[in-house]
Design a protein. Structure first.
Length: 160
């Protein structure tokens, strides 16, 4: 049986051949913040070695996937996991449901907009019918269940 061991990342400065920035450090895609291979250039070998030492420390502390999240994002994720622990739900499930609700809200319209769209689509009807529609929306405000913000409440967009 052949055991494959991942190659260890060697973070060593090397000469770049450039006058302005003679030292280079190659960051593989697996540890770069962009997820792509990065090349960092430095004016002095000491600066390049310092950068390499910082990257090695980051790798030792957080592992290979440490670059995909900033420290602030890591803290937010930890807090989110703590808050979700008692609900037996994953963070991905919560995010998917949030995105679904946000898309539905963005696709929805207020009752007043919905009514105005409906009224506009009925412009080719009789004058009596249009007059009746004109007085329908104000009648909603006199209903006992009417709340002042009802006209601003969102409803799913509905095409007739």
């Amino acid at each position: 049986m052949l055991l494959l061991v991942p190659r260890r990342v060697s973070l060593e400065p090397c000469a770049s051949g450039l006058k302005k920035s003679p030292w280079r450090v190659n960051l593989p895609a697996s540890i770069s913040s962009s997820g792509k291979r990065e090349r960092r250039f430095f004016e002095t070998k000491k600066d390049a070695e310092t950068f390499c030492r910082q990257q090695r420390t980051r790798l030792e502390n957080f592992g290979r996937n440490s670059s995909s999240l900033t420290p602030a994002q890591q803290e937010q994720a930890a807090i989110a996991f703590e808050r979700l622990a008692s609900y037996d739900v994953t963070l991905n499930t919560v995010v998917a449901e949030f995105i679904e609700r946000r898309k539905a809200r963005e696709a929805s319209v207020t009752f007043k907009e919905l009514f105005e769209t409906f009224t506009a689509s009925r412009k080719n009807r009789s004058a009596a019918y249009l007059r009746g529609l004109k007085y329908t929306l104000p009648r909603f405000t006199r209903l006992p269940v009417w709340k002042p913000d009802f006209a601003q409440a969102n409803f799913a967009s509905h095409q007739s």
